[in-house]
Design a protein around this ligand. Structure first.
Ligand SMILES: NC(=O)c1ccc[n+]([C@@H]2O[C@H](COP(=O)([O-])OP(=O)(O)OC[C@H]3O[C@@H](n4cnc5c(N)ncnc54)[C@H](OP(=O)(O)O)[C@@H]3O)[C@@H](O)[C@H]2O)c1
Length: 279
């Protein structure tokens, strides 16, 4: 067994829903040596996805996981929220052990609901798509039965694909709306800045490179200096210069309240995502 391993001897890690997020997590875990390929199994809805994932990742991937699930020390549930009831039902008949750590990344599905569908040790995690390039932001929170050790284990799993923090569950919808949806907001801003560059005469590819690297650099400045963004902004804003002119135009366009309203709306929507469908 690897010294870095998140698994105890003889146990495996299962991923239910080997889609975008599920496969990203498997790649991160293997690259960080938290698991070996032989310790991982995955499943998906279709035989096609299972075959592709088995081929691409070199792991066991099967539609029927009722037998392989039994040895799992950790199961990551990465399907869509609408499938959770059916999956928990299947897991109930899969003889998983009482100490198996169940981690759900489903937007909007509370640990209370997860526990009611399948009693067990549940942790809820909220990752985002930049996990695919090792720059994800994942927040984890404890459900019924989860201890600090379980939380630390979950944090290690998601730290393999970026940063990971522990929060209380009542923040989850707000977190989903900010860092879960956040990459989409940033892409929109980058695209708009690239358009702006084209408007003032730059080639599109050059404009997009400038916008993306500038966003990356600004983010690193906030993280690495620990300074407030307003103070860093002051460094760029020389008296009577061009930056203050640009900033005032952004303020005229109500950029602050537009961003705040976007996150507010996404928070409102996510509250309904994980609820059972009404018939
Ligand atoms: N995308 C994001 O930005 C993001 C960020 C954070 C969290 N999340 C959460 O992550 C979850 C997955 O998102 P995703 O973007 O990775 O979705 P995705 O690419 O559509 O992957 C979903 C996977 O679930 C499989 N699946 C469907 N029904 C199943 C079943 N009954 N049993 C087993 N597997 C089943 C699908 O199999 P097939 O391929 O065969 O259909 C697919 O591989 C969602 O709940 C979402 O809330 C997403």
């Amino acid at each position: 067994m690897e010294t870095n391993s998140v698994l105890s001897a003889g146990r495996t890690l299962g991923v239910i829903g080997a889609g975008v997020m599920g496969t990203t997590l498997i790649k991160g875990l293997v690259a960080a040596s938290l698991v070996t390929r032989r310790q991982v199994w995955a499943t998906a809805r279709t035989a096609e996805t299972c075959a592709r994932v088995a081929e691409e990742l070199g792991i066991t991937a099967e539609q029927d996981y009722s037998e392989i699930a039994e040895a799992s020390g950790i199961i990551l549930v990465c399907c869509k929220p609408a499938q959770i009831a059916a999956i928990c039902d299947k897991l109930k008949h899969a003889n998983i052990r009482p100490d198996t750590l169940l981690i759900s990344i489903l937007a909007g599905v509370t640990t209370e609901r997860l526990h009611s569908l399948l009693p067990g040790i549940w942790i809820r995690a909220l990752p985002n798509t930049p996990c695919a390039v090792g720059e994800g932001m994942t927040v984890v929170c404890a459900g019924p039965g989860a201890t600090q050790d379980h939380l630390s284990l979950a944090q290690r799993i998601f730290a393999s694909v970026g940063r990971s923090l522990i929060v209380e569950e009542h923040y989850c919808n707000a977190v989903t709306a900010l860092s879960g949806s956040g990459p989409a907001y940033m892409y929109l801003v980058m695209e708009a800045l690239a358009d702006a560059g084209v408007r003032v005469g730059l080639r599109r590819d050059l404009a997009l490179t400038l916008a993306a690297q500038t966003m990356l650099g600004a983010a690193k400045m906030v993280q690495e200096t620990g300074r407030h963004p307003a103070s860093l902004r002051d460094d760029v804003t020389t008296p009577a210069g061009c930056t203050i002119g640009g900033l005032l135009m952004l303020e005229d366009g109500k950029i602050r309240s537009v961003l705040a309203r976007a996150v507010e709306e996404a928070t409102r929507i996510v509250e309904h995502l994980g609820k059972p469908a009404k018939h």
